[in-house]
Write a protein of this length. Structure first.
Length: 285
């Protein structure tokens, strides 16, 4: 996607106007931008561990190897990066950052505090759509000060039929649906994502939900990151991702949302630091 465009990719690009698609809260990001139509509340979903960004949603996450003394990590989409969406093939590591995040209460109604990044640990929109921030605060400090624990990143591939919640800190709202299946390649404008999660119809995600954790409601673990939806029924264009099968067949599902799996990311994190050596499957700079 051209850099001057604001993707609705379910978020809002910095300095952009509001729109809907990559699901940011501003225009040209297909990362959908927030709209006035908020999702209906989902019962029994906790917002503890979720955060709100200026243009997207995100979550405080932790892998099994992390200790309370490790700097905490915040996970969101690549297209939510404050310096602009990474281009195809671009990988950003160890970039200074001073971005702030509002940490939500368990009921999602209030911000209990502000978290501050020191580093963009990793960011890309190639094969996946992810930005991982390292914070100035440790996991132990956050839990002691705010009473909030980080969400666990699942280390296993998600399963079709699993009940999930897409929990948006930006909107302080959540969607409930299931994993409908997996997409070998999801194409949107110039980006290609691999082995993406397709939602069942109830998860009609909107702009501002980009970066929301996709939570397995049975385990409470994060299995994916919400990132886009097909808005207009177009094929492979900005805000209109298309599915490409192994044999090259192209399919469009208007109104259906997608997410990028996180189990591969979990294998690349040691404590709170990205390690891109094998067996890490993430693209490298």
């Amino acid at each position: 996607m051209p850099r001057h465009l604001t993707r609705r990719l379910l978020g809002v690009a910095a300095g952009a106007t509001l729109a809907a698609g990559l699901l940011t809260a501003a225009a040209p990001t297909a990362l959908a931008a927030p709209t006035t139509d908020r999702p209906a509340p989902v019962a029994d979903v906790s917002f503890a561990g979720t955060v709100a960004l200026s243009n997207c949603s995100g979550s405080l996450v932790r892998v099994p190897s992390a200790t309370d003394d490790d700097r905490a990590l915040v996970l969101t989409n690549g297209h939510c990066l404050e310096s602009g969406m990474p281009g195809p093939g671009e990988v950003i590591v160890d970039q200074p950052s001073h971005r702030t995040f509002s940490l939500l209460s368990a009921d999602g109604r209030d911000s209990v505090g502000t978290l501050t990044a020191t580093t963009v640990e990793y960011s890309t929109m190639t094969d996946t759509d992810v930005t991982l921030y390292q914070l100035s605060q440790t996991y132990g400090e956050i839990r002691q000060q705010y009473g909030i624990a980080a969400l666990a990143l699942s280390t296993g591939h998600p399963t079709a039929g699993t009940d999930i919640a897409v929990v948006s800190g930006y909107w302080q709202q959540a969607y409930s649906c299931a994993i409908d299946g997996f997409v070998p390649e999801l194409h949107e404008a110039d980006w290609v994502w691999k082995d993406s999660v397709r939602y069942t119809e109830p998860c009609h995600v909107i702009g501002g939900t980009s970066g929301s954790p996709v939570v397995d409601t049975a385990t409470g673990q994060v299995v994916a990151i919400n990132n886009t939806t097909n808005e207009d029924g177009e094929q492979c264009t900005l805000n209109n991702p298309c599915e490409v099968a192994a044999d090259g067949t192209v399919t469009v599902h208007q109104g259906i949302g997608y997410a990028e799996e996180t189990y591969g990311l979990a294998t690349c994190i040691q404590g709170s630091t990205i390690d891109l050596t094998a067996p890490c499957p993430l693209p490298k700079p």
